[in-house]
Design a protein around this ligand. Structure first.
Ligand code: SF4
Length: 240
């Protein structure tokens, strides 16, 4: 009996609907599930459509690195040294790890070696703000010791992602560690490869040269470094 009444009511509703009489449904709550689903889809699409700038992408990686605990160095560092410079730089300079001064300030190459690097960059007609400077490790190894292989392994993804976003024409590696990493060969000696333009990680053009700290300890090598930077200038001019 109850079933029949329901059936009849439904048939009546259907009849009103077909006749275009909608007032009857005024207080009937329309199920939201399908509307909510459509809203959600729209939001996801809007998010996908929004192209993030290089600055935003780099900031995201920096935030990831800030909470990184993939190696022990986060415990002893004062500041993360992510890297800085022009996200559209034609050239990236990559050192090995932050030193004391860098750790204090949270910026790469700001100590004595950094001042020397700045001079070399200016020597080739560029300003420091025009290039991008980073290190293989984002946290300072205690007492400026060399990076350990497991630390490089743990940290390298941050650098690779920085490179992919900036997409420079040349990567100038400073010293052994960044050279070995970018040339994918941990036996390479800097003295053998410096001053040459070589194909490295993901076919990026890699130009190894001495680390500025090495130049400070070995002033006799400064002349060689100047020759290397002259070459970098020529390469950049050719690529323009
Ligand atoms: S050095 Fe790199 S891998 Fe190690 S804690 Fe710092 S950000 Fe993480």
């Amino acid at each position: 009996m109850e079933r029949d009444i329901k059936k009849q009511l439904l048939a009546l509703l259907e009849w009103y609907k077909e006749a275009g009489i909608t007032f009857y449904f005024k207080n009937v709550e329309i199920p939201r599930t399908s509307i909510d689903k459509a809203d959600k889809k729209d939001k996801v699409k809007q998010k996908e459509d929004k192209v993030e700038s290089k600055e935003e992408l780099l900031e995201k990686i920096r935030n990831e690195a800030l909470s990184c605990k993939k190696c022990e160095l986060y415990k002893t560092r004062k500041n993360l040294v992510f890297g800085e410079g022009n996200p559209n730089a034609k050239i990236m300079f990559i050192g090995e790890a932050p030193g004391r001064e860098e750790d204090e300030q949270g910026r790469p190459f700001v100590g004595q070696a950094g001042q020397h690097l700045t001079k070399l960059i200016e020597f080739i007609g560029l300003k420091r703000e025009e290039v991008y400077i980073a290190n293989v490790l984002k946290c300072r190894p205690p007492n400026n010791r060399n990076p350990l292989p497991q630390e490089i392994e743990a940290c390298k993804d941050f650098l690779f992602r920085q490179i992919s976003i900036i997409n420079p024409k040349i990567i100038c590696t400073l010293g052994t560690f960044s050279t070995q990493l970018l040339l994918l060969n941990n036996r390479i000696q800097i003295t053998r490869v410096r001053g040459n333009l070589l194909k490295g990680w993901k076919n990026y053009m890699v130009f190894p040269t001495f680390h500025p700290s090495y130049l400070l300890r070995n002033p006799g090598s400064k002349k060689t470094a100047i020759e290397d930077f002259k070459k970098i200038k020529e390469i950049l001019e050719e690529l323009d």
